[in-house]
Write a protein that binds this ligand. Structure first.
Ligand code: AMP
Length: 404
């Protein structure tokens, strides 16, 4: 299948081909046709699956065909980085169209954003907080919006944006097209879908967003005291060309970045306490390979598209499996291979056990020469009740239930 099989205007097809995209990815194959028909869509997709284009193509098509000159499209997304990324993708896809977007995020100059709105943007790409602020101050009006995209719905909920989302959705016309994207379809995103979408078409790429098979995943058992030393040792490997190191907290990100810098590794950190300017500079530097390592908290984990990340290193395991999947999805983008390394202490045993249970397999254990061998017991099933005749099956061999 190629993009030309879709009924897209030649200007969008040309922009896709300029960008080097010829064949639609599975999420694009699933979401673009019903999107072009004007249907509501709920889509679950793996990280890096090409979902941005899956919603921008129908949105641009609709606004272009309708000769819309007012504000007709709204994309709501949880983080500034995602908003900026969608803004970049918009510029590329809309380059042959007379459509403009304004990116509305906190932490940046209001003046430029307001100028962009006043110049006449047809699309707003916005984080909820700043958008509500502009709505309250009557800087923007959403009463002519025809199409809304709720991006990363699960993340919006995790970040506590449901009240803001509800307020925003009250300001858009009831008669509209709505597309919702979420990495997982747990009860929260389901609730959003029920509340804001109308008989949506469901597009699911894989039952759950499991990591792409092209990522080699390994666990490095280590004691807490040896984590820093082991990280330095691992980073001596020449094959680690470009790595994101994830830590659990902002202060740990700062500490690890300083440790690497002291050891002559070109490293930069990105987390919520850094200014927007610092975050932009860090990302730009990492993208341009001026830094070999970017140390990040989970703000950088979702959706960021940085080509050529060869390794993701979890200095700390994230608390939940979705977080793990999102983090490691920063490598092996669009079919390239990549490696995910997780330093795991015996204290993180329970988190690891849950992770392996959901992934459905035990991850490889690796050892680094010169470090003591640390044992981390494999996942054990939690037996709440076992009847006399019940046959014992390990958690790993047990067939996954439909609801696993
Ligand atoms: P996304 O999931 O939207 O963050 O997209 C991940 C990356 O895939 C971005 O760099 C897109 O430019 C790229 N991409 C999206 N669609 C395609 C396609 N059909 N073919 C090749 N690359 C694509």
């Amino acid at each position: 299948m190629s993009f030309s099989d879709f009924n897209l205007p030649p200007e969008i097809l040309r922009a896709l081909s300029d960008r080097g995209h010829h064949d639609p990815t599975p999420i694009q194959q699933g979401a673009i046709p019903p999107g072009l028909e004007g249907r509501d869509i709920v889509a679950t997709a793996e990280t890096g699956s090409g979902k941005t284009c899956a919603f921008l193509a129908p949105m641009l098509d609709r606004l272009h065909r309708g000769h819309v000159s007012h504000l007709g499209g709204l994309v709501i997304t949880p983080t500034r980085e995602l908003a900026a990324q969608i803004g970049r993708e918009f510029q590329l896809l809309a380059r042959h169209l007379r459509l403009r977007a304004a990116v509305i995020v906190g932490g940046e100059s209001e003046r430029r954003q307001i100028d962009e709105i006043r110049k006449g943007a047809q699309v707003l790409i916005a984080c909820p907080g700043r958008l509500i602020d502009y709505l309250d101050r009557h800087i923007v009006k959403l009463d002519r919006v025809e199409m809304v995209v709720i991006d990363e719905a699960d993340r919006l909920l995790d970040m506590g944006f449901l009240p803001q989302l509800r307020r925003i959705m009250k300001m858009v016309p009831r008669k509209r097209q709505t597309m919702m994207f979420s990495a997982t379809m747990a009860s929260g995103p389901e609730m959003i879908a029920r509340e804001f979408l109308h008989h949506p078409e469901r597009v699911t790429i894989g039952a759950r967003a499991l990591p792409p098979a092209t990522i080699r995943q390994a666990i490095y058992p280590v004691t807490m005291e040896n984590k820093s030393k082991m990280l330095l040792e691992i980073l001596k490997r020449p094959e680690i060309e470009s790595a994101i190191v994830f830590t659990r907290t902002k202060s740990r990100a700062d500490r690890v970045a300083k440790l690497l810098q002291r050891n002559d590794i070109r490293a930069v950190q990105i987390h919520g306490d850094r200014s927007q300017g610092q975050r932009n500079a860090a990302l730009a530097g990492f993208r341009a390979h001026r830094y070999r390592v970017m140390v990040a908290t989970d703000v950088a984990a979702r959706g960021l598209d940085i080509p050529g990340v060869s390794h993701v290193i979890n200095f700390d395991l994230p608390d939940d499996t979705d977080g793990y999947i999102h983090r490691i999805g920063r490598t092996a983008r669009m079919g390239n291979s990549g490696e995910a390394i997780s330093l795991v202490t015996p204290e993180e045993r329970v988190t690891l056990a849950r992770l392996e249970r959901i992934l459905g397999s035990e991850l490889d254990r690796e050892h680094v020469d010169g470090f003591e061998k640390v044992q981390i017991a494999p996942a054990k099933p939690v037996t709440l009740f076992r009847s006399a005749g019940a046959r014992f099956r390990s958690a790993r061999n047990r067939p996954r239930s439909r609801w696993a």
